[in-house]
Design a protein around this ligand. Structure first.
Ligand code: NI
Length: 171
């Protein structure tokens, strides 16, 4: 497993809709391992392949204290409700923003063995991460979803604790 550098806002790879994975093979599983390692190295709770420079539709979800899992070709097939949430992104360091997200989502994807899975989440950080990471493989960042520029806030100081503070999650 290799920690790969995180790509930042301004890098074109983040803006290009990623390519669908046609076959889930060992090269994809190696990518998943590298993404997982890179996500934890950056203290993230999620990561998408474009964030390490790979234009494929692969994301990792790594909720605190839970086993991380990969979603390949993720697609939000159902969303309902709305809520305003504080959000951050590994690719936009030093900023937080307020965005509108769904209350509940259902995502269809393949797992790392190529089997179809559905992940449902409601009202929690998982629901937020599922939308955030699916956005990434579509070339979207949370900063595109701000209602107003004033909804983006520059943090006063870089995070100092390795695990972050409550509500500081980046993905
Ligand atoms: Ni992100």
């Amino acid at each position: 497993m290799t920690v790969r550098p995180i790509r930042y806002l301004g890098d074109p790879v983040l803006r290009k809709p990623a390519k669908k994975v046609s076959r889930v093979d060992d090269s994809i599983r190696r990518l998943i391992a590298d993404m997982t390692e890179s996500m934890y190295a950056a203290h993230g709770v999620g990561i998408a392949a474009p964030q390490i420079g790979v234009g494929l539709r692969v994301v990792i979800i790594g909720m605190p204290d839970e086993e991380p899992f990969a979603l390949i070709n993720p697609e939000v097939i159902k969303r309902s409700g709305e809520r305003r949430l504080d959000e951050g992104c590994l690719s936009v360091p030093g900023y937080r923003g307020t965005v509108t997200r769904s209350l509940s989502v259902v995502v269809k994807a393949l797992d790392e063995n190529g089997r179809e899975v559905r992940v449902k989440a409601e009202g929690d950080m998982l629901a937020q991460a599922l939308e955030h990471e699916t956005d990434h493989v579509n070339g979207l960042l949370y900063v595109d979803r701000l209602n107003a520029k004033t909804d983006l806030v520059k943090l006063a100081a870089p995070r100092t604790t390795p695990d972050g503070r409550e509500g500081d999650e980046e993905a």
